[in-house]
Design a protein around this ligand. Sequence first.
Ligand code: GCB
Length: 594
Amino acid sequence: MIKITNWAVIFFTALIFLDSSIAQTAMINVESRNLKSLNGNWNALIDPTGIGEWRQVWLEKTPEKKTDFFEYSFEGASELKVPGDFNSQKCELTFFEGTVWYKTQFDHALGNGKRLFLHFGGVNYIADVYLNGRKIGTHEGGFTPFQFEITDKIITGINTIVVKVDNHRLGNGLPGYGYDWLNYGGITRDVNLIETNKTYISDYFVQLKNGSLETILGWIQLDGIQSEQNIKVKIPELNISFQTRSDKNGYANIELTANLELWSPQIPKLYKIIIESETDTIDDNIGFRCVEVDGNKILLNKEPIFLKGANIHEENPYSGTRANSLEDVRILLNAAKEMGCNLVRLAHYPHNEYMVREAEKMGLMVWEELPIYQHIEFSDSLVPKKMDIMLKEMVHRDKNRCGVVIWSLSNETYSFTPMRDLELIKLTNNCRALDSTRLITHVINNQGYKKNTFNVWDTLYKYSDLIALNEYIGWYIPWQGNPSETKWDIVYPGKPVFISEFGGEALFGSKTGPTDEAANWTEVYQEDIYIKQVEMFGNVPNLIGVCPWLLFDYKSLGRMHPTYQNGYNRKGLLSEKGEKKKAWYIMKEYYKNK
Ligand code: GCB
């Protein structure tokens, strides 16, 4: 009897993990595919209590008898813009964390022998997707793309897509319950139909071999393979046409040498790369650079580099919305450039592809991060699985972006959380196995500052290529002595050190007041923190870069001081209107001289 029960448990558990309704890994480089955009106004039903689920709104039932009626119906429903967060589009959704049902329709005449995919750039947080009344799958995670093949599921004429979007927080979610940014929900990134041939180029990796300045090493993967194919990788500007052949699994290796102009912040050179198989062609703009750690230094193309960073959230400060367009990301990236940055830390989750591609074009190195933030339930058996999926989805999407130089796998997790070290070390190893061409780190918060000595010791640093440290001396913890005499007790003394966050809050316009009273939120208090931080930087051993928290004031529900904050984290160097606070000039000057 016991045995049967055990088998039943194993069987049903297996069913859950073999659930075919989990979304597929999305194809990369969507821009260069045969697309039909589904962006636009979608009908929306707000569902704070979950009624839509048991009313089965995706079936869109209509009254059959005179006495029938349906309370939850898209008929006459208002609209939400896609892509876009729902919180900023309707007053009643401002602080909403829950379910909104979306609906749109399309008509698509699928060519003979073609395949069709429904691709989502990002939906926060869980998306249940229905096509023509049937569930086609689910995706969890607010910041990475996913897709479904719908070749055999579409009908001639009008097709209906319904998406249940749920952004309520989960204890075993990534992030978990608590975080210091607005939980923008909705279909926040582009939605596309992508038509391909039966066999198409689903994936490729084209980057410099780890440590090399001229060997391009990579691979191509075909999907829908029926036979081996001849494949060419062309770089027209260099007159290169490299021939390779896929095996019966659709996999082909690339290895070629080229005399390349390397990508750098000064010259962000990208080459047009064309990949041609017998059944598909795709092109991309790819740059080549080499990033490595040499002792206590970080080298870019074999030269030491100082990382002049700015932390940014994926929020258009002017409109107070999730950033999800080229115009949005330019606001943020231009501001980083103006301050003299050569790196943006995309806090604390993978930002949209416009951000990553545009940063690369502008000569900004990118620090990309997973939303493994502060308190995470590492001992919940689902959490490591979710971490691993998110890691794969992030690396998968951006592995060809030379601008991305660092994978940051977590931020301020707590060393005392059960299973934390074990799971994050596993994740680090998995990341190294996926990609050997970038640096890997974990960001750790202050773990001790006594007698003007800063202690830096976390176990995760042992597995990181660089020490990434958040320290809020002057704001959350008062100065304990002369900043330039701060001492550093670092358990892994040979590693490069990056100050990934520092700063304090100030309301733009509050120019005067005592420089020693935090509670007035003055610009002078914030400026004073920056002056002292810069003094201290001169004395941090192996310092290879800094990154103020952060560029613009941004929305956060935990920041409700009615006079000074009003729902904004005020640590920006710029206000949400783009006004420069005094501390901005300190940073600008520091970067000018570095
Ligand atoms: C931190 C977090 C960041 C917060 C910031 C703050 O240490 O990493 O997400 O928003 O502090 O403003 O307190």
